[in-house]
Design a protein around this ligand. Sequence first.
Ligand SMILES: NC(=O)c1ccc[n+]([C@@H]2O[C@H](COP(=O)([O-])OP(=O)(O)OC[C@H]3O[C@@H](n4cnc5c(N)ncnc54)[C@H](O)[C@@H]3O)[C@@H](O)[C@H]2O)c1
Length: 350
Amino acid sequence: MQPNAGNILVSGGAGYIGSHVALTLKQAGFTPVVLDSLVKGNRWAGEKSGPFRQGNIGDAAFVAAVCDEFKPIAALHFAAFIEVGESVAKPDMYFANNRDNAKIFFETIASKGVGNIVFSSTAAVYGEPEEVPIRETTAQKPINPYGQSKLEAEEAMRVVPNVRSVALRYFNVAGAAPKAGLGETHYPETHVIPRIVLPLLDAPAVLLDALGLKTGFKLFGTDYPTRDGTAVRDYIHVLDLADAHVLALRYLIGGGTTNIFNLGSGDGFSVSEIVAATRKVLNRPDFAPGVAPRRAGDPATLIADSTKARSVLGWTPRRGIEEMIASAAAWHRTETYVNTILTKAHAANS
Ligand SMILES: NC(=O)c1ccc[n+]([C@@H]2O[C@H](COP(=O)([O-])OP(=O)(O)OC[C@H]3O[C@@H](n4cnc5c(N)ncnc54)[C@H](O)[C@@H]3O)[C@@H](O)[C@H]2O)c1
């Protein structure tokens, strides 16, 4: 067994991205200590790679007790609500959790001597960007409470005394680690790749019904000023994202200064191109998605300029779009995935 390179707090580590990062941390020799309230996450994911403690990041006494128990050398902060549409309907809930609870978390861990924080931020802080590819210096003008609450949390983190921090602004995260028993398990599921893939997997009708996917996948908007009329996004495999977190952690532990990095592949794929890749990966040449009007607030093109993460952190994304689709499909076929979603749907409806 390799020696422990240090205990790392992972808030929100029972969720999609945090659980994959915890796995990667463990493989890199660190001990992830997961804190999660399970408001959205799953115990099986939180317990996968290290100790798990259930509680709220806004509960200072709980966070302090976990710090006393494990003496972490750094924290990775994933815990947040992530649904753009829900944030428009319930902005107060998003500011209370994503900004105010995050602030309590940052201040509490700093008071316990945790001076290195890596924060999950988002391309949503750029809103409808003034330039593409988007750089870290591109104006930050969020167009929904989700993006605004994440931007304000970034700012709150940067003013905590005695803390050096990295904000990682992710673009579209996809893919899974099915062999390790991890994958995206959101309910509801709003992300493009699961929504394209799931109706093609012979999934139980009750599952598709629970996710609102009974009528199959629809292209929202085919008249964008892009190469084929559908919206272009920058997709990044969750395990490439996890590698970036380990590099950001090592950067801070090595004395790196407070910084911000965009994380995307730098390659844009249109929704029609994702559909074409899915036909190939799943061997479903017959797959013909429906068409619906554009959704309000969906920009035509979002592509990251990740030059800074590549040059400062030495990060290189390695996994392409076909691997994202194939690993997502393998995960969505697992009993763990299907049973978890059905349990969540049952709880929501009872
Ligand atoms: N999924 C994406 O494509 C994406 C893109 C950009 C940024 N992000 C950011 O990445 C982070 C993780 O996203 P995800 O997709 O893994 O979401 P997720 O919902 O799967 O995971 C978030 C986890 O945080 C937990 N949590 C929420 N509030 C909490 C609280 N107050 N106390 C303790 N635990 C709490 C939830 O139970 C859940 O397990 C978020 O901060 C999100 O803003 C995600």
